[in-house]
Design a protein around this ligand. Structure first.
Ligand SMILES: *Cc1c(COP(=O)(O)O)cnc(C)c1O
Ligand code: SF4
Length: 346
């Protein structure tokens, strides 16, 4: 394995987690059979999967409850007939990201932070994701585009934080991440590196020693933002993977999406926050659903969401209460929705 101090790029050797990634379940029939679910769910699943494929790692399926079509983990990945409904107000590009790209793969929307789309690929296909309408499955910053992104960052001297996103940036092999991080390390006005990834949760094998060494060896202060939506996603293997990062000087945060039928109760949110803290992660954001077409059945109304957070705040210490936010095109930050006695500040 290559360490961050080693300047030579080795020819890529396959990593164990990449095999686990490739073995994901992609056939709706196999998923239903693995969970003892009625085959009556199959025709709709096949139809919806034709528009946005099913993809779920086997380790994540193992955390689902067999025989339960309403399992909160299953609901995040099972293609449903509801996805075919066209609902007013739901769009293909709900957050206007395409308008905020000065060059391909570079999103500069908020002060001091630049987001880089490292890859379009994900290890899991979440049914509520805006990504369902971007056919960029294997797209990623090419070598030339990466150089352009670096040029952009070098001249953007008021940027102090780079956010690696996607898709899922941790799908890049370690050797490539090491190269990318070395390039970023050399830009003097950068001080923080943030990685947004669902892999620590859905593919814990990804948490390699090289990853830890890379983060520990960087000049940049690292922040890893996990994406877990439900306490049951955080099992022993996930815990082990996260613990593997100890000593890498990485701050661990979580962001979740508020999803009807998945985590839209105060109990589910409280359990998630408490479980996150047990494994050393603080809740950061709770996102309202982006109004992406095909996902309207996941929507939780703003008033319901505020009330739910109100209950959570009454029961947990402040540091375990995520900030309820939504993404609105053209704003200087994500929009927080604060509830004090039912009055929103926004
Ligand atoms: C969400 C987001 C960020 C980060 O915002 P924070 O409030 O700092 O988490 C940065 N850039 C883009 C384009 C984003 O969508
Ligand atoms: S970008 Fe995140 S939410 Fe969307 S499919 Fe990938 S892992 Fe799921």
């Amino acid at each position: 394995m290559q360490s961050v101090q080693n300047p030579t790029t080795q020819p890529a050797t396959p990593e164990h987690w990449q095999a686990v990634y490739r073995e994901a379940i992609t056939d709706p029939e196999e998923l239903l059979e693995a969970l003892d679910l009625p085959s009556g769910l199959l025709p709709a699943a096949r139809k919806a999967a034709a528009l946005f494929p099913l993809r779920v790692p086997r380790g994540f399926v193992a955390r689902m409850e067999p025989g339960n079509p309403d399992d909160p983990l299953l609901r995040q990945v099972l293609p449903l007939a509801e996805e075919q409904r066209s609902v007013p107000g739901y769009h293909a590009d709900p957050v206007g990201d395409l308008a905020a790209m000065p060059i391909p793969g570079v999103l500069h929307k908020y002060h001091g932070r630049v987001l880089l789309v490292m890859t379009g690929a994900c290890a899991i296909n979440c049914r509520y994701c805006f990504r369902r309408h971007f056919p960029y499955a294997e797209a990623q910053l090419s070598q030339r585009q990466w150089q352009q992104a670096l040029d952009y960052l070098r001249q953007a001297t008021d940027v102090s934080e780079v956010i690696l996103s996607g898709g899922d940036p941790l799908l890049l092999p370690d050797a490539k991440l090491v190269d990318r991080l070395r390039d970023l390390d050399q830009i003097p006005h950068l001080s923080r590196l943030r990685i947004h990834s669902r892999l620590p949760v859905v593919l814990p094998d990804r948490m390699t020693r090289t990853l830890r060494e890379m983060l520990a060896g960087s000049r940049l202060q690292a922040v890893l933002v996990l994406h877990a939506n439900h306490a049951r996603e955080l099992d022993g293997r996930v815990t082990e993977g996260i613990r593997g990062l100890s000593g890498s000087n990485t701050t661990l945060l979580n962001q979740a999406v508020l999803l009807r039928g998945v985590n839209d109760s105060a109990e589910a949110q409280i359990a998630l926050s408490e479980r996150l803290f047990q494994i050393g992660v603080l809740p950061y954001y709770l996102h309202l659903l982006d109004p992406v077409s095909g996902a309207a059945h996941f929507d939780v109304e703003l008033d319901t969401a505020r009330e739910l957070l109100h209950t959570v705040r009454a029961r947990l210490p402040g540091y375990l209460v995520p900030t309820l936010v939504s993404e609105q095109a053209g704003m200087a930050s994500k929009t927080p929705h604060v509830n004090n006695d039912g009055v929103s500040l926004y």
